[in-house]
Design a protein around this ligand. Structure first.
Ligand SMILES: [Zn+2]
Length: 138
């Protein structure tokens, strides 16, 4: 899913395309967006803290960008596969807002009359679940 195109004419990606999910809603992409908007470099944790404090418009814009594009990205999967659940892996999956506000944004974009029955779940193995999977296959 990381290399599905999400933003037309977006940032170039290491895979050779532009505007992939990785270049829009990954932690590094969100930090880059915040830096471009504010002129200040902050990590995602700090950006989220500033968003929750409600006093940083750049943090608000960055989190809104995450929620909006997350909603579009995940609704594409839901419209195609109608899964019972989606497990949100990677560092971004630790963001609690995705399970509430992100879920609401996805509702905007699902085809099924804005009814969304898919569960959004955290990986039981944390954000290293992919590494455990790779080790099991080795
Ligand atoms: Zn890519």
């Amino acid at each position: 899913m990381g290399h599905n195109i999400l933003e037309e004419n977006g940032y170039p990606c290491y895979c050779g395309k532009r505007g992939c999910n990785e270049q829009v809603i990954s932690g590094p992409a969100l930090q880059r967006f915040y830096l471009e908007q504010s002129g200040e470099s902050r990590n995602l944790k700090e950006i989220l803290e500033r968003y929750h404090q409600g006093s940083d418009p750049y943090a608000a814009a960055t989190v809104d960008r995450l929620l909006e594009y997350f909603g579009r990205a995940v609704s594409t999967i839901i419209n195609m596969l109608d899964p019972d659940a989606i497990v949100l892996g990677g560092g971004v999956g630790n963001i609690d807002l995705l399970y509430t506000e992100g879920f609401e944004r996805a509702k905007k974009y699902v085809f099924n009359d804005r009814r969304l029955n898919t569960l959004f779940l955290k990986p039981k193995l944390g954000d290293s679940a992919g590494v455990f999977g790779a080790a099991l296959m080795g």
